[in-house]
Design a protein around this ligand. Structure first.
Ligand SMILES: NC(=O)c1ccc[n+]([C@@H]2O[C@H](COP(=O)([O-])OP(=O)(O)OC[C@H]3O[C@@H](n4cnc5c(N)ncnc54)[C@H](O)[C@@H]3O)[C@@H](O)[C@H]2O)c1
Ligand SMILES: [Zn+2]
Ligand SMILES: [Zn+2]
Length: 360
């Protein structure tokens, strides 16, 4: 049997997204059918709509989601109908060479549902293998992580992508420790999550760098101790000044901009860490004096999904939130309906929101 539900689909490159009726099959072996309760609007959804990820239209958008398992397929014994879950795009396979070497956060073969969801008979490509701007979605069982159901779905779902990427950039990739100084370049949802992560890890100096006053004010609410407006001051000099002239132990680039990467590179202390979590475009180049790379030492670490393991990290982060130590609710700028996703893209592009979240 399949279920007819409403979903947000991008049918052509650059065309506005549409709410249409799609067909979602019952779960087969290893799959789970999830009734989506909330799904955040992320930049990556817009990238799909613009054809910047690949050309596999039509896309079923949405991937920062939480909901309730409605049914599971044959062989699924880790989940049951009624479980409250956050969806993830890192369902580790356990068999690839990264998994076998004990580094599952680099899994090369993550699991997705085997059966397609369909629009007018054609298979849909679900964004990041999820497709959660829909009343129901079909995923691999490993893409569902059970967490404490006391959390609000609109806050919990954000851990499914950008907020986890930022938290993990600080906590896991950057390994921020008590007493560290941290500078975060770009204070959108990802950068603010990196700030929240740095605070959680015990960083005592947290410098927020952005071009937008409003974004800097929000960064202060997440725990930044110093705010730097890079449109009017040199961020490298400002980070040095905030850190006793030394530079920060950990610099986190959360824009995806080569110029900002260079600033983050030079704003580090000697032997400091640079975490690259912002996603560059294929045309970007970095140009650094080779001797500076060697002479400054330290580490340069790209961060995919914050090096997280959903089953290990989501439940703990939800518990920290419920204990009042991680303000996930602050990332939710507004809740909207499925019909308002296109408008939410415009607000995102104008920098008016951290996250618009569709609630069902
Ligand atoms: N690595 C991952 O797994 C992962 C996951 C999700 C998102 N991302 C990426 O993280 C990046 C940030 O995502 P977001 O949702 O926070 O985006 P966003 O657009 O909400 O935030 C970007 C912020 O950077 C600021 N900015 C722009 N140019 C700047 C400059 N020159 N100097 C300082 N600040 C500047 C903007 O004002 C904005 O506040 C994107 O590239 C996104 O694709 C990465
Ligand atoms: Zn694997
Ligand atoms: Zn995302």
């Amino acid at each position: 049997m399949s279920h007819s539900v409403r979903g947000v689909v991008a049918t052509r490159r650059g065309a506005p997204v549409e709410v249409v009726t799609i067909e979602v099959p019952d779960p087969g072996p290893g799959e789970a059918l999830v009734r989506v309760q909330a799904c955040g609007v992320c930049h990556t959804d817009l990238h799909y709509r613009e054809g910047a990820i690949n050309d596999d239209f039509p896309f079923l958008l949405g991937h920062e989601a939480a909901g309730v398992v409605e049914a599971v397929g044959e062989g699924v014994d880790t989940l049951a109908a009624g479980d409250f879950v956050i969806l993830n795009w890192r369902a580790v396979c356990g068999r690839c060479r990264s998994c076998r070497r004990g580094r599952p956060w680099y899994c090369l073969s993550t699991d997705n549902a085997a059966q397609p969801m369909r629009l007018d008979g054609s298979a849909l490509s679900p964004a990041l293998g999820i497709g959660a701007f829909a009343e129901r979605t079909l995923v691999a069982a490993g893409q569902c992580t059970k967490v404490n159901p006391a959390v609000a779905p609109e806050a919990a779902g954000l851990l499914g992508c950008g907020v986890m990427a930022g938290l993990g950039a600080a906590l896991l990739t950057g390994e921020v420790s008590p007493g560290d100084s941290v500078a975060v370049f770009g204070c959108g949802g990802v950068g603010d999550a990196a700030i929240a992560g740095a605070k959680l890890a015990g960083a005592t100096t947290i410098v927020a760098v952005d071009l937008d006053e409003k974004k800097l004010a929000w960064a202060g609410e997440f725990g930044a101790t110093h705010l730097v407006d890079a449109s009017s001051e040199d961020p490298v000099a400002a980070v040095r000044e905030a850190t006793g002239g030394n530079g920060a132990d950990v610099c986190i680039e959360a824009v995806g901009n080569a110029k900002v990467f260079e600033q983050a590179f030079f704003a580090r202390d000697l032997a400091g860490t640079l975490v690259q979590v912002g996603v560059p475009t294929p045309d970007m180049r970095i140009d650094l004096p080779f001797i500076e790379l060697f002479g400054r030492g330290g580490r340069i670490k790209p961060s995919w999904y914050g090096d997280c393991l959903p089953d290990r990290d989501f439940p703990a982060l939800v518990d920290l939130h419920l204990q009042g130590r991680l303000p996930l609710e602050r990332f939710v700028s507004e809740t909207i309906s499925l019909e308002e996703v296109e408008e939410a893209f415009t607000k995102m592009a104008r920098g008016e929101v951290l996250r618009s979240v569709v609630v069902f």
